[in-house]
Ligand binder design. Structure first.
Ligand code: C5P
Length: 214
């Protein structure tokens, strides 16, 4: 079948990973979470990372059960990356050009042949500008903070403050800011259930997929 790429971009807590995981589980997509790579760099190198440290880093992405695992020096660090503090540092280092080049290459190298769903901030604009389907998820800030607080077990107020700052940094940075790709389908997830959003996204993908194979 060659390659079929779906990108899902949007701010923190908009539902990107949840929907991408469902597409992996139910529809046989491989899910690549590009934010996990920024988080891994934040976790291992911190906010003062330099180009030399980055080029000496032994970071590997591998696919397991249709999603990615991140290894550093052979150690699987994937489950240690979820806190809002790591998200905050990730958002800082994501403003650096050589960091973005590093992540883009890692992600592109993985998505070679097959059906992929890739989520992040610039997947449809920069990493895969020729993706088959581009989705842009949005939701209001309170709802997003509520979801993230539930997910990480952190305090709502703290999460709200950090994701508000991350939103600003992610959408105002000079390189690859968070913007809706021109051809993207926007879905507002604020008052929808996961199942409703999944169905809506699936329907969009189905239309494009069927048209392509007609
Ligand atoms: O998606 P997640 O919240 O895990 O991403 C963490 C941070 O990584 C984001 O706030 C953003 O600054 C950065 N990121 C990015 N581009 C991507 C994915 C994530 O700049 N494609």
């Amino acid at each position: 079948m060659g390659k079929f790429i779906v990108t899902i971009d949007g701010p923190a807590g908009s539902g990107k990973s949840t929907i991408a995981k469902l597409l992996a589980k139910k529809d046989d997509f491989v899910h690549i979470n590009s934010g996990a790579v920024y988080r891994a760099l934040a976790y291992v190198l911190g906010e003062n990372l330099g180009i030399e440290k980055l080029s000496n880093l032994n970071l590997e992405l591998s696919l397991k059960e249709k999603s990615i695992r991140v290894f550093c020096d052979g150690d699987d660090i994937t489950d240690r990356l979820q806190s809002e503090e790591i998200g905050r540092v990730a958002s800082k280092i994501a403003q650096i050009g050589f960091v973005r080049d590093y992540v883009n290459k890692k992600v592109r190298d993985l998505a070679k042949n097959g059906k992929f769903v890739i989520d992040g901030r610039d997947c449809g604009t920069v990493i895969f500008p020729h993706a088959n389907v581009k989705i842009f998820l949005v939701a209001n800030l309170n709802e997003r903070a509520k979801r993230r607080a539930l997910e990480t077990g952190e305090k709502f107020g703290d999460v709200l403050r950090i994701i508000k700052k991350r939103d600003k940094e992610d959408s105002e940075r000079d390189i690859a800011p968070l913007v809706k790709p021109k051809e993207a389908y926007e879905v507002d997830t604020t008052s929808k259930s996961i199942e409703e959003v999944y169905k809506e996204v699936k329907c969009i993908i189905r239309r494009v997929y069927d048209n392509r194979n007609r």
